[in-house]
Design a protein around this ligand. Sequence first.
Ligand code: PCA
Length: 209
Amino acid sequence: MAKVLLTGFEPFGGEPVNPSWQAVSLVGARRDDVAAVELPCAFEASLPALRAAVEEHRPSLVVCVGQAGGRLEVSLERVAINLIDARIPDNAGAQPVDVPVVPGAPAAYFTSLPVKACVAAIRAAGVPAAVSHTAGTYVCNQVFYGLRHHFSELRGGFVHVPFSPEQVAASGKPGASLGVDRVAVALEVLVDTALKTTEDLAVTGGAEH
Ligand code: PCA
């Protein structure tokens, strides 16, 4: 049985691919201890799909991964908020605005990944990475919040990844990108670091804005 569950998302927003799933599936193919599952980019279906994956694979560590176009680095998300405010419709056509992920539940949860140690290890492997303090208000934040609310006993968190160079090239506009192979390296380093780190590093990862 796999002890690590990695999830990526299906393409959304008009993109033909989603680098989160491309990288996650590479890691899943390389490692016996990792199960790779693709989640739908749809508010109604995403958390049931996550639940099914957790029940099937019974992991002790869950890392959900999503695309964050425009980001410069692999972003280790620190906070999930109990809010959905969709800027664009999801893949099922739903566009909820200002509704909670879980009615009556706490405003936010923190990741239980050692994000500072993971950032340091990913950078040491030659891939740009940083701590992020917002996972947005779309399906990724919903999945991150649901993971921490429904599976709080599991070690888990969320990682956003930049567009791939192929996506930026196809857009015909300048923009930040990171190759899917580099993202896959970062995810492997992250998994190894999370599995062996019980206490996070006390180094700064904060931001003024
Ligand atoms: N990124 C979106 C949803 C799916 C994905 O890969 C987000 O950041 O919410």
